[in-house]
Design a protein around this ligand. Structure first.
Ligand code: SF4
Length: 383
């Protein structure tokens, strides 16, 4: 708090007031939100990022939570979400499979632990889980908790309170169910279930004592107003965790054209949107989620000012950057991954201020690879 206060000296009066509100966990109003989102995305971008960073540091210091996602049941979903390759309406060439065995789910949890993940997220395609799927996930979650002690999150579609209670009793920490967009835009992206049903699921999770993870997909043709509506709705629900996804268009899906306010999504727009979510939900765990690599691109380090969490090793249906580059990104931003226990051995060199390049030391390098390293300023494979 003291740090934030002293660093506010460099901000103009309006941003200093916004930071003070954020530290008190108060949201900015709609008018301010509109002003911050509209106009030239580059204008006064860095003071805004700095302000969002001061609020984030007040609640989370310089720590970053790393999440690893396992799509435990894929495809064959009867819903028609236009952005999703698992939908009945999509022709995306995805690999569909039934609910994974306990052994597979535990093996992925072991991988998550070994790669330094703070939280292991499991996702099931479908409208909602059957009783037997809940039985299976209850069994898996209690073993993930007892064997690895990882924080857990489950995404399983629509859910009532009794199922949520069973998952809570098994040790589940959070239930994910994204709002994805504003209530008014929702019928444009999905017609087989409603926005209200999504909100009901989040209330069921809350009533069962689960933490709530719920976010947005940016780039589906929404306006700034839709973004603000969604951020305010998540504040009303008091979502503990907010993933901000940026649309990854998958050929075969209905929603393919990446647009925001009628224009292309740029890194500056993505960064502003992350800042806005921090200013409306100051104390939430804010994740730069799917699409960070493609849409934030070289702004990913800066995005760790508003955001305090990210995914490693890809998303539901698409690849993302691996653990080493994510850890390097965190270290380069002057931050630290939050581990539950000691840092995994393979990452210590990066975390101690080394570089991801150091991990290639033991490889037998061909002359073309060595030439590439020299271009990057690495003089010898022993350096
Ligand atoms: S987002 Fe979920 S509910 Fe919607 S189509 Fe995909 S798997 Fe089904």
């Amino acid at each position: 708090m003291t740090t934030a206060t002293s660093e506010m000296n460099g901000l103009d009066e309006r941003l200093a007031r916004i930071v003070a509100m954020g530290i008190a966990d108060e949201a900015i109003d709609r008018e301010t939100a509109r002003m911050l989102l509209d106009g030239d995305p580059h204008e006064d971008l860095w003071p805004l990022v700095h302000a969002a960073g001061l609020i984030r540091r007040h609640f989370y210091g310089d720590l970053v939570r790393v999440h690893r996602l396992n799509n435990v049941k894929s495809g064959a979903c009867p819903e028609d979400c236009g952005y999703c390759g698992q939908s009945k309406d999509s022709d995306a060439p995805i690999q569909a499979y039934k609910l994974q065995s306990k052994d597979s789910i535990l093996a992925e949890a072991a991988q998550a632990k070994a790669s330094g993940a703070f939280r292991y997220c499991m996702a099931l395609a479908g409208t909602g889980p059957t009783d037997s799927e809940i039985d299976h996930m209850v069994d898996c979650i209690s073993e993930v908790k007892s064997k690895f002690g990882l924080e857990t999150c489950l995404s399983a579609g629509l859910m009532d309170e009794s199922k949520a209670h069973r998952l809570k009793a098994a040790g589940l920490d959070r239930l994910n169910h994204n709002l994805n967009t504003s209530e008014s835009m929702y019928p444009e992206i999905c017609t087989t279930h409603t926005y209200a049903q999504r909100v009901e699921t989040l209330h069921a999770a809350k009533s069962a004592g689960l933490g709530v993870c719920s976010g947005i997909i940016v780039g589906m043709g929404e306006t700034s107003e839709d973004i603000i509506e969604t951020a305010l709705a998540l504040r009303e629900i008091r979502a503990e965790s907010i993933p901000v996804n940026f649309l990854l268009p998958i050929e075969g899906n209905r929603v393919l054209d990446v647009r925001h306010n009628g224009a292309a999504l740029t890194p500056a727009v993505c960064l502003r949107i992350l800042c806005l979510f921090r200013l409306i939900n100051p104390s939430a765990e804010l994740r730069m989620a799917a699409g960070r690599e493609q849409h934030l691109r070289s702004f990913q380090s800066a995005a760790l000012e508003p955001a305090n969490s990210l995914f490693i090793d890809g998303y539901l249906l698409t690849k993302g950057s691996g653990v080493e580059s994510a850890m390097q990104l965190i270290v380069d931003a002057g931050m630290k991954p939050e581990f539950d226990g000691p840092a995994p051995k393979g990452l210590r060199e990066i975390l101690d201020g080394g570089t991801a390049y150091a991990t290639i030391k033991d490889e037998k390098l061909s002359e073309p690879k060595l030439a590439k390293l020299r271009v990057r300023g690495v003089e010898s494979k022993e350096c």
